[in-house]
Design a protein around this ligand. Structure first.
Ligand SMILES: [Cu+2]
Length: 306
């Protein structure tokens, strides 16, 4: 079965080889565009920056799988091909110092790392790039344990800063326009937090004593949950916010309403949006509520929610 007496590869072996190649190639070829590549758990991004990182992630994971399949294949091939056969001596012929092979397995990983490093560096500078010509600047203050978002340079009719602050009973909704360059500047008055919108496929630390920044363009309307991604104390896990991306005209109207002194929920209502967060909800911060459910009230506790 393995090899015909003449040393020619048997049809069965050729078929097995072809099947192995097809098993790798077909799923890859079936994904005819970059958008169709498997996401391996990553959410669909809503910024060009996210899309760039997603393609890097998908292609690196696929490259890793191809290398993995090759290595596993070689391992199993060696195990089977060079297994001990009946009547064989205890030890096979011993060899050492195969210089070509040693050079090969030094050079190949170096090449792989160079390619990964190159694309990572290119994409990282794309993601970190700030044009200096943002259409909107949003100041982000992460504090224990909530968020404050300010629209830089904007004040209402009573000369107050236009900002949205979260509280223990209201999730802060960060209203943003789509298709505009938005510069975020982040600061913290207490400990390190991290601004994270999963659909940005990106998070950036919010650090006391310094200002971090990044720029993105949101290209899809919708409500997206945002979280603190740096453990910052007791209520870290409850430090959620919502990003509400709306059309540019809706945003202009929302901002005009805010300039007239309207609250964030009222101005959202005015543009036909849900006034409060719909992707997350305030958590009960009263630890007295966290008692276990009484016997017979069902097996699943509700985390102290009313
Ligand atoms: Cu935090």
């Amino acid at each position: 079965m393995a090899r015909s007496p003449s040393g020619v590869t048997s049809p069965a072996r050729r078929a097995a080889r072809l099947a192995a190649v097809l098993a790798i190639a077909v799923p890859l070829l079936a994904a005819c565009s970059l958008d169709d590549l498997p996401r391996f758990g990553w959410p669909r991004g809503v910024t060009p920056q996210a899309e760039k990182m997603r393609v890097l992630w998908s292609s690196s994971a696929i490259a890793g799988l191809v290398v993995g399949v090759l290595v596993w294949g070689l391992i199993f091939w060696a195990v089977l091909r060079y297994r001990r056969r009946a009547g064989a001596p205890d030890l096979p012929p011993q060899v050492t110092h195969n210089l070509p092979i040693e050079i090969l397995y030094t050079v190949i990983p170096f090449l792989i790392i160079s390619v990964l490093f190159y694309y990572t560096a290119v994409d990282e500078s794309f993601v970190d790039h700030e044009t200096g010509k943002a259409d909107l600047q949003v100041s982000v203050v992460g504090f224990r344990w909530n968020w404050k978002f300010g629209y830089v340079g904007e004040r209402d009719n009573q000369n107050r800063f236009i900002e949205t602050v979260g509280s223990s009973d209201q999730i802060p909704v960060l209203v943003l326009p789509v298709n505009k360059k938005i510069l975020f500047t982040e600061t913290s008055p207490d400990v390190i937090h991290s601004f994270f919108v999963p659909e940005f496929l990106f998070k950036r630390d919010v650090i006391p004593g310094r200002t971090n920044s990044f720029e993105v363009t949101v290209n899809r309307t919708g409500a997206f949950v945002g979280r603190c991604a740096e453990f910052c104390g007791t209520y870290h896990s409850m430090m959620n916010f919502e990003m509400r991306a709306v059309s540019t005209s809706d945003f202009a109207r929302w901002l005009a309403d805010r300039r007239q002194g309207m609250s964030t929920p009222d101005a959202l209502r005015d543009i036909g949006q849900a006034p409060y967060a719909i992707t997350t909800h305030p958590f009960a911060t009263d630890r007295g509520n966290l008692a276990a459910p009484a016997a017979g009230s069902g097996s699943s506790g509700n985390g102290g929610q009313p």
